[in-house]
Ligand binder design. Sequence first.
Ligand code: 16G
Length: 245
Amino acid sequence: FKPDRVAAMGPGPLYLRLRRLLEEAITGGLIGEGEAIPTERDIAELADLSRVTVRRAVDDLVKQGRLIRRHGSGTFVAPSVARVEQSLSLLTSFTEDMARRGLSSRSEWLERAVVAPSPDEMMVLGLSVGDMVSRLERLRIAGDVPMAIERASIIGTYLPDPASVSGSLYDALEERSARPIRATQRISARNLDEREAVLLKVAPGEAALYIERVSYLPGGRVIEFTRSVYRGDAYDFVAELKIPE
Ligand code: 16G
């Protein structure tokens, strides 16, 4: 934390440069997972910066989930999340996927309402003017780790009361004999915007997987259109490949 090391992390205000230096120390393994960083007073002294500047840089990293502040004992490098391996050939629900790994899952609701469909929902779900759609947006959490933001749109007639869904959406659909049995999924690369980054507790601009799932009922009718953003540092999607026939 020498002053010239901080200065070399330009451009931008001093707190940003110090933050970059801290990030480099964490990413480079100089300060390992679970290890304490020097106290804010020590960093201020070493780097010849004000305590306010140091606090701001550390606060940012705490907000991003890269550092954890424990009152009375110091500030520590957060453990990185274990990656989850997800098969691309099975139509399963988030709750089932996490349970299979021995992880508990829960959701924080961001939206749960019956609304008039947007043009893309109308197109994908084959709806007409006057039809309704149940929209369920959730932050999906495994253990304590926020994994994904998921925005599901279900044809209104199959799920007229989205507020009644408290746990698994697929369980709720199953109870209504409307659980999908087939789906197509499109995965593309994205960077997290500000809102997503705050919800997923990572830095804005971090890599993410954007996934669109369209799923179908046994009769071939489409029922679900879900758009999700998965943390790039937490997920591996794995597919089994066969030679063409
Ligand atoms: C998965 C699905 C999502 C589905 C949800 C149901 C992906 C990308 N998404 O997260 O489409 O709505 O499971 O989960 O796989 P639940 O039954 O636990 O609510």
